[in-house]
Design a protein around this ligand. Structure first.
Ligand SMILES: [Zn+2]
Length: 178
């Protein structure tokens, strides 16, 4: 039976997430989420989204969508931000008490992302993020780059780079969830 992946594009609607000028995190997050959905679908996965347009979805609803779908994996997509303009790189989060599967997916996704982009490797980290805590399936949250970093920001809003990120995340997922 096909494995189910719930893709969670961070923020949306009245919540833009982090901003850099006219660039808003919510828009790149959705772009990456769509590209990820496409490669997962082509790879034979059943794909669910917590949002497919520019609307606000509560954190609780994001978890409910994934849990009701019976997802085998929850993947949240975000852009990072820092007060330091030079902060750069990619990091992947798991919950503090994450399962071995979640950690395995996170390790593989992080590795593939660094290989594919040559970005600075900020590693796999633990957090208490609501969506990581309240989803029943293994869950990861990917910070795909810094919107506050001019160079990374420009790339993050191109379809080509979003596709590169999506393929890398997919590559990491398929090594573990199959
Ligand atoms: Zn975010």
């Amino acid at each position: 039976m096909a494995k189910r992946i719930c893709i969670d594009a961070g923020h949306g609607g009245s919540d833009p997430g982090a901003k850099n000028g006219t660039y808003k995190e919510k828009n790149a997050a959705l772009g990456i989420a769509f590209e990820l959905g496409l490669v997962l679908y082509r790879g034979g996965y059943e794909v669910y989204f917590t949002r497919t347009n520019d609307t606000a979805v509560s954190l609780a609803d994001r978890c409910t969508i994934s849990n009701l779908a019976g997802a085998d994996l929850f993947v949240s997509v975000h852009l990072n931000s820092s007060t330091s303009a030079s902060a750069a790189g990619i990091e992947t989060y798991v919950y503090r008490n994450a399962s071995a599967t979640a950690r395995n997916v996170a390790d593989n996704v992080q590795k593939k992302l660094i290989e594919a982009t040559g970005s600075k490797n900020r590693g796999v980290k633990e957090s208490g993020f609501y969506v990581l805590k309240n989803t029943k399936s293994p869950a990861i949250l990917v910070e795909t780059g810094f919107i506050s970093n001019t160079t990374e920001c420009k790339k993050l809003f191109t379809t080509d780079y979003q596709r590169t990120l999506a393929k890398a995340i997919y590559g990491g997922i398929r090594q573990v969830v199959k």
